[in-house]
Design a protein around this ligand. Structure first.
Ligand code: PGA
Length: 252
C-alpha cells in the first residue's frame, strides 16, 4: 500500500526563533494525531535542519531539505551536499521545484544529477513537476509533465525509482490562491501513474506516492486527497501556520 504524505515546504521563510516556535507547535499538535500509513515531512530552510531534527527525534514528523548541490563536497561556495544531509539523517529533499527551475535555471539534466546524488546517499527526492499557465492553455500540460519525468527520472532503475516521491504542482496554482480542481488534479495524477506503469510496472506505479501542490489549504485538502491518485500534498504558504497545516494533515 502506498504511503500518504503531507510535506511542508517552508521556502525562504521564518527567522530561527520563529522557526523554533512553529516547529514546536506543529510537533505538539502532531502528538495528538495518529498517522496510519502516512507521514508528515517538514522542509525548513537548511540552516534550521539540525534544530528541526532535534525536535523530530521525539515527535511524529520527518525532516526534509529544500535543495542540494549534486556533489559530495568541493569548491561550490554556498551550496549544501547530500552527504552533509545524510549525516544529519535527513530523509527527503525537494527537487525540481518550479521556483528553482525558474529563478535558478535548473535544467532537466541538472535535476537528473540531483536525483542521482540524493539516491546515492539514501535520501528520497520529492520530485516536482508541473506546467505553467500558458502550457495548460495550449493543452501542452501532459507533454510538459511527461518530458519532466522522462528527462530527469526515467533513467532510474525500478529499484531506485521506488524511492522517489512525485509532486504534481501546476505552476499557475503555486502561491496564487488558485487551486487545481479535484478533477484536474486527479486527471494529471492518473496520467503520471500511467507513465510510471508504462516505464516500470503496475506494482511500482501503484506504490508511488504522488502529491498535489499549489494553493492547497485546510479547506480544499479534503476533496483533493480524496481523489484516488492523490496521495497527499506538498504545502507552501499553508505550512507556515500551525492550525491550517494541521487541518491539511487531518485530511490525510
Ligand atoms: P503553495 O506552494 O502551497 O504556497 O501554493 C506550494 C509549493 O510551492 O510547494
Amino acid at each position: 500500500m502506498r504511503k500518504k504524505i503531507v510535506a511542508g515546504n517552508w521556502k525562504m521563510n521564518k527567522t530561527f526563533s520563529e522557526a523554533e516556535t512553529l516547529i514546536t507547535e506543529i510537533a505538539d499538535a502532531l502528538d495528538e494525531v495518529t498517522l496510519t500509513n502516512a507521514e508528515v515531512v517538514l522542509c525548513p530552510p537548511a540552516l534550521y535542519i539540525e534544530m528541526a531534527m532535534d525536535v523530530a527525534f521525539e515527535s511524529n514528523f520527518t525532516v526534509g531539505a529544500q535543495n542540494i548541490y549534486p556533489e559530495d563536497s568541493g569548491a561550490f561556495t554556498g551550496e549544501i551536499s547530500p552527504l552533509m544531509l545524510k549525516e544529519l539523517n535527513v530523509a527527503y529533499c525537494i527537487i525540481g521545484h518550479s521556483e528553482r527551475r525558474k529563478y535558478f535555471n535548473e535544467t532537466h539534466q541538472f535535476l537528473m544529477k540531483k536525483v542521482d546524488a540524493l539516491l546515492k546517499h539514501g535520501i528520497r527526492p520529492i520530485f516536482c513537476c508541473g506546467e505553467i499557465l500558458s502550457e495548460r492553455e495550449a493543452n501542452q500540460h501532459f507533454k510538459v509533465v511527461n518530458d519532466q519525468l522522462v528527462e530527469s527520472l526515467f533513467h532510474l532503475t525500478t529499484e531506485a525509482f521506488r524511492n522517489v516521491v512525485i509532486a504534481y504542482e501546476p505552476v499557475w496554482a503555486i502561491g496564487t490562491g488558485v487551486t487545481a480542481s479535484k478533477e484536474q488534479a486527479q486527471e494529471m495524477h492518473a496520467y503520471i501513474r500511467g507513465l510510471v506503469a508504462k516505464k516500470y510496472d503496475a506494482k511500482t506505479a501503484d506504490e508511488t506516492t504522488i502529491l498535489y501542490g499549489g494553493s492547497c489549504n485546510g479547506k480544499n485538502a479534503g476533496e483533493l486527497f480524496a481523489q484516488p491518485d492523490v496521495d497527499g500534498g506538498l504545502i507552501g504558504g499553508a505550512s507556515l501556520k500551525t492550525d491550517e497545516f494541521m487541518q491539511i494533515v487531518s485530511a490525510l
